[in-house]
Each structure stands twice: as C-alpha cells, then as structure tokens.
Design a protein around this ligand. Sequence first.
Ligand code: NAD
Length: 415
Amino acid sequence: MTEQNLFEMVKKHLCSCATDLVMDRNVEAVLKMPRREIHASIPVRMDDGKIRAFQGFRVQYNDALGPTKGGIRFHPEETIDTIRGLASLMTWKCSLHRLPLGGAKGGVVCNPKELSVHELERLSRAYVQVMFPYLGPDRDIPAPDVYTNPTVMAWMMDEYSKIAGKTTFGSFTGKPIGLGGSEGRLDATARGGWYVVREAARDIGMSISGAGVAVQGFGNVGSHAALIGQEVFGARVVAVSDSHGGIYNPEGFPVRELVAHKTATGSLQHFPGATHITNEELIELPVDILVPAALEDVIGSRNAPQVRAGIVAEFANGPVDNDADEILFERGIAVLPDFLTNGGGVIVSYFEMVQNFNMDQWDEAKVHRKLEKKMTDAYREVHDLAVQNNVPLRKAAYSIAVARVVEAMRMRGWV
Ligand code: NAD
C-alpha cells in the first residue's frame, strides 16, 4: 500500500529513540517484531453461489500493558507490512495515552465497494470465525478502521457472541449505540485530533478561528474533521478530498452541506463554487492547517518542500514519511504525530469497553470531557519533552510511549 513501507518507518523511529532510552539491543529487537500474527484464508460464499477466498491478517504487536486493541481494515491494497506498522503504532498510541491496552491491527484484502451488503456481512462474520480463538475482551478487541464501520462491528460482535455462547459487547468497539456502542465514538478521532491542534496552535500563536484548513479524506475521520473544525473551532475549511480527488474554495465550504452532497451523490465533485483539484495539489495548498485524514505516505521528500501549512496534523496513520518529517521540522512546520493526534478513537473505544464491563451508558458530554482531558494531557507531556530536548514532537512521543512499554515488559520479567 505504501511507497515507503510503514513498518520500516515505525521501526526507524523506534531505533532513534532506543539510543536516548539507553535501550538494550535485545529489548530493541523484541520491540521491532510483532508478538503474534495470524494469516488466514477466509472463504466466503458470494451472491452468485461461488466460493471466494479472501486473505486476512491480525497482528497482535505487544500486550505488555494489557489486552491488544486496534482496528480492522478492508482494503484492496492491504499488505501485512502496513498492518504490522499500524499494529506497532497502536502499541505506542495506547501507551502514550495511558490506556491499559496493547496494540494490534487487522485487515482483509478486499474491495468493499465491489461487494454486496450480504457479501460484506458474510465476510465480516467469516473473519471472526477464523480469528475467534485469538480475540475477546481480555485478549484482543478490534474496532473500525478504513472501510469498516459500526454496522461491520455489530455483525462481528454478534458472530463472536454466537460462537462464545453469550452476548459479549466488550469483544468489539465502535458498535452502534443501541448495541453497547458509546456516545461520542463516531467523531472521537476527529474531535480528539482537534483538541491537539488547538493546543499546538496556541503554542505557536496561531488562531484556529478563521484559519484555513485542507482535509484529505472524507470518510469517518476526514468528514468529522471538517465538520468539527468548522462548527466547534470556527476554522475555514477551504479544501476536502476523497479517493476521486478534491475540491477547493478559498472562501471556505459549508461543511454540513458538503456532507449531504457526498451522501446524495457519492462524490464531492460538482459542489457549487468548488474548483476541482487532485489529492496531490491539496497537500500543497496555501493553508494554515493541513489535515491528512485518508491513507499513509502522502507526504514524502517529493512534496514536503512544497507544503505551505503552519501545522500538519496527522489524523490518518503514517501520512508523513521519515524524510518528509525531517524536511518539515527543518522548515519550522509543526507536525502533530499520528499516534498522539488520532488517539481519540481508541480512547473512546476504551471508554466503550469500560461502559460495557460496567453495563453502563455515559452521556455525550461526559465522553467529550474525558476525551478532552486525555488528549490535552498527552499533548502537554509530549510538547514539554520536545521543548526540553529540542526534538520534534514525534520523537518525544515515541520516547514517552516506548519507555512505558519497556518498563511494563521489565516488570513482567520479559526482558
Ligand atoms: P474511512 O474508510 O472512513 O475513510 C477513508 C477516506 O479516505 C475515504 O473518504 C476515501 O475516499 C479516502 N481515500 C481513499 N483512498 C484515497 C486516496 N488515495 N487519496 C485520498 N483519499 C482517499 O476511514 P477512516 O476511518 O476515516 O480512516 C482514515 C485514516 O484515519 C486511516 O489512516 C485510519 O487508519 C486512521 N484512523 C482512523 C480511526 C477511526 O476511528 N476510524 C482512528 C485512528 C486512525
């Protein structure tokens, strides 16, 4: 899926903080390998009666801090190395945000746009049938990610419950509210990201109100990033995009109308007053805040010199590669690292697990309040270390997150 392999990128970051943490080479070697990975062939009966085998993965990267947690992606170009990289990132994300969870990720190589709803349901259930022995509230708890959603989580939780012989809401998160889902989960990643952007903007003296924002991706994270940016923080959303390309209007878009347009037509194109741009052009627009919220590896050495934003907020996982990171740091552009900035999704997923275990249901205001505190606390900790050591935020974030995992491994006697 990536030009620069995401797993290699994450390992490189690990190595760079290993020296600072005076980490034993053997400990470093442990951290650079997933603890367990499951490769599966998933047979599904298609609507035409034929059987098709899909390739599926689940990588449980490190569970020193608790049961593993991470999304499941359905994507035609999924690779095991992308899943490994994302599972590793989940480990550092849960650690950085002080969640009692390890990191995992799953994926199926498929194009959900070419599947009927019945085929999608059979595939979702078949994934759980194959992975069942390795999943569960005290083992590994999946959630939605690219091209999976609350409906898919409901099917998966139901299949898990059928096999287990008991309703087990805590086996999956990101479920619909009526099935043990949490208020505030749907937009949690985007909302959490904006809390981090708000803090970072304050630190560099940028006002978010009226700031020009470009958002790449208009799925769960991207569409909510645009909506919350405009409606909660008063930003001017001047560009958005999806897999078909982008649209631009320097005056700003009415985002709620854009969402309705995309829902009605399936595309962002032909919105009144919009100029068509490519996804590559969006990255180089003259904006204050650039929000990559689609896929990984969209800013590399090829285009980092052309980025004109003051803040690049990684709402997606791995959108900025290692070379681009250095270029942007040298150019004084603040890159808000993914596993800090997009931690809101797993934080509210964790809140969902807590509610499920306690058979409780919190209101939205409580979820938002607790999410805001977690995001701002983590940002402050990362920012303070970055300033103290004069290093990029990403490096500071890795140092904090990795140190906690290593300490847990030491206390458990693993290393
Ligand atoms: P999604 O499936 O809801 O949306 C993906 C979006 O990306 C869609 O709008 C799609 O059109 C667009 N897209 C696909 N290919 C593209 C391309 N080549 N160029 C531009 N846009 C393209 O997925 P999502 O849940 O919004 O996830 C987006 C990113 O956020 C991913 O990196 C994911 O790992 C990360 N993330 C998601 C969550 C979550 O809670 N959903 C949490 C943390 C991180």
